[in-house]
Design a protein around this ligand. Sequence first.
Ligand code: SF4
Ligand code: SF4
Length: 77
Amino acid sequence: MTYKHFIDSDICKGCGICVDACPKNVLEISDKLNNKGYFPAFQARPEDCIFCAICCTMCPDVAIAISEIEEKKAAQK
Ligand code: SF4
Ligand code: SF4
């Protein structure tokens, strides 16, 4: 199964909890503001993500999700 990691940058308030929690140092805080005026987290090194979901669990605003992608769709990407 292939997974997709998604951060809703307009829900994120840039607290940085996920950045500190990630065991693989995947996440960073963007230098671009979101719609609410916060600097949101993003995956700076997505290739290092092991989809452990620690960031999803830690985010107080539930801004991060990991979803499964069907193999067929994943193969097309
Ligand atoms: S799923 Fe795990 S490895 Fe991937 S960004 Fe979140 S905490 Fe880091
Ligand atoms: S923990 Fe959630 S709100 Fe905080 S920076 Fe990460 S995604 Fe944004």
